[in-house]
Design a protein. Structure first.
Length: 337
């Protein structure tokens, strides 16, 4: 097979065919969720299929070469420096905070290349402290970007702080299009429930018709369950629109766009201060690959969430700022999202 002249589509088709030959007894579709330490062949097949569908060309080509040369068997075992472990570290670990069997014990000493330094020169905003990030996203967003709840909101990193410390920070910054880890562009204001879903790779932000929108991952191919999850967000937004009518008057926001998407709205509409789209795309890729692998939420190796010390948003101050007169009963009617 002359892979040197293959088109990207042909390369993907070859890799898929060889993968299915390697895993002949695995059914297609999303496998049952299992902790990574307990993944079966079907989970690994799903992970590699996710890599082919959403990963970068370099990794797809490497996978194809391993399959063609008979070296794939040893490279799909989870251990340091094998292919599957490197791919897991590249796509999943920078986002899924509950998975860190490598991140708790290792740290890269790499330094940015000259190309990385040059690319980072175009990002000049002043770096915030860890504490300041929460205040910056609170000022920019006002309410949870996903469901518009105002209670128990937190400053959430798109790429987690612990992963900057643990992994190759310059490389992650370059891949995500960021110059500093605590930039407001690396942050979202989310309520506790939406923050948890975002960190567990169950919810992500996509771009549709040049607008940032919330997407809910269909983890099991259960269309009804997935649609119910999407409708919960829209319904919760509708409640907040009725109670906080000034929100709609100020920026024309609606629970769902005319195309049905769940759009994000920002008090400060400065595009330069909005969540970085390259970092969000990176997170989206992790969500989609994780879905195909049937990933579970946690493993027996666990480190605490790095955003716990960001603190809760001052809800009373936000209500005063936006002149919101909600009753406590309404505010505490927390529909599950």
């Amino acid at each position: 097979m002359e892979t040197a002249i293959s088109t990207p589509i042909a390369i993907n088709a070859d890799a898929i065919r060889l993968l299915k030959e390697f895993y002949p007894d695995c059914a297609e579709g999303i496998p049952p969720q299992r902790q990574k330490s307990q993944w079966l062949a079907e989970n690994k097949l799903g992970f590699f299929m996710g890599l082919i569908n959403y990963g970068i060309d370099t990794h797809i080509n490497e996978l194809l070469q391993l399959l063609q040369t008979g070296r794939f068997q040893e490279q799909q075992l989870f251990k340091e420096q094998t292919f599957i472990d490197r791919m897991f570290e590249w796509y999943i670990l920078p986002f899924h905070k509950n998975y860190n069997e490598n991140s708790c014990s290792s740290r890269s000493n790499s330094r940015p290349s000259s190309a990385a330094k040059e690319e980072q020169q175009e990002y000049q905003p002043k770096e915030l402290s860890h504490k300041d990030l929460k205040e910056a996203v609170e000022k920019r967003d006002g309410v949870c970007l996903f469901c518009w709840d105002m209670l128990e909101c937190e400053g959430a990193h798109i790429i987690a702080q612990k992963n900057f410390v643990t992994f190759d920070e310059p490389n992650i910054l370059m891949r995500a299009g960021l110059s500093h880890k605590h930039l407001v562009q690396n942050g979202l204001l989310l309520c506790i429930k939406c923050h948890s879903q975002f960190d567990k790779l169950k919810r992500y932000v996509d771009v549709v018709e040049d607008k940032l929108v919330v997407k809910v991952v269909n983890e099991t191919d259960d269309e009804i369950k997935w649609l119910c999850g999407v409708e919960r967000i829209k319904n919760f937004r509708e409640v907040h629109l009725r109670v906080k009518s000034n929100m709609a008057r100020k920026d024309g926001r609606q629970a769902a766009e005319t195309n049905g998407e769940i759009g994000l709205y920002f008090i400060n509409n400065d595009v330069q201060k909005q969540p970085n789209r390259k970092a969000l795309e990176y997170h989206k890729t992790a969500c989609l690959i994780w879905r195909m692998a049937g990933g579970a939420e946690s493993d027996y190796e666990f480190c605490s969430d790095d955003d716990e010390d960001l603190g809760k948003v001052d809800t009373a101050a936000l209500k005063r700022r936006f002149n919101i007169q909600d009753s406590s009963d309404t505010l505490n009617d927390r529909t599950t999202v």
